[in-house]
Design a protein around this ligand. Structure first.
Ligand code: ADP
Ligand code: MG
Length: 165
């Protein structure tokens, strides 16, 4: 397990970090975002999803009420360098109440096809998956500063060691 830790000083810097993370992601991958309210999970996701080319920054908003937002990308570099369509899910489990809620989210469908699944408040549910998982921990570090620690638990699958252009 390797860890990468930085401190950002504005939401723009956090978005830029998200874009950098996006350039290293390829499906299937689960991205778990841990951290308190306001620590920047949704802001980082704006960078990841816009970096993937799935939506504009301003189109990425907190999935507070519908809990899952679905995006689509059409070109993802895969190991054989061919491209294909892929879904990107942005999930927020903060308000998840029970199993009925979870089933109604359709998360199982999301996890049945190779996708990029970004989950805020993953500690609300135990995920059993053999997917490569990237864990990102965000913490308030005073004022507009946020500490962002990234553990790419399964480097060889989830994150490529050299970013593609
Ligand atoms: P979360 O999803 O973790 O609850 P949000 O991303 O929705 O957090 O909110 C973070 C808030 O903090 C936003 O209002 C954002 O503008 C502000 N902010 C200030 N500094 C930063 C920073 N360095 N990184 C991320 N967000 C920041
Ligand atoms: Mg959020």
């Amino acid at each position: 397990m390797s860890a990468d830790e930085i401190v950002t000083h504005s939401s723009e810097e956090t978005i830029a970090k998200g874009r950098e993370i996006a350039s290293n992601l390829r499906p299937p991958v689960l991205v778990l975002l841990r951290g308190d309210l306001g620590s920047g999970k949704t802001t980082l996701t704006k960078g990841i999803i816009s970096g993937l080319g799935a939506a504009k920054e301003e189109e990425v908003t907190s999935p507070t009420f519908n809990l899952v937002h679905e995006f689509r990308i059409h070109t993802v570099p895969t190991s054989d360098m061919s491209s294909h369509a892929c879904k990107v899910y942005h999930v927020d489990l903060y308000r998840i109440e029970n199993f009925h809620d979870l089933e109604s989210l359709g998360l199982e469908d999301a996890l049945s096809e190779k996708a990029i699944v970004i989950i805020e408040w993953p500690e609300r549910f135990t995920f059993r998956t053999d997917w490569p998982t990237v864990e990102i921990r965000l913490d308030h570090a005073g004022g507009d500063s946020r500490r962002i620690a990234i553990s790419n638990l399964t480097v060889e699958e989830g994150l490529r060691s050299t970013p593609h252009p």
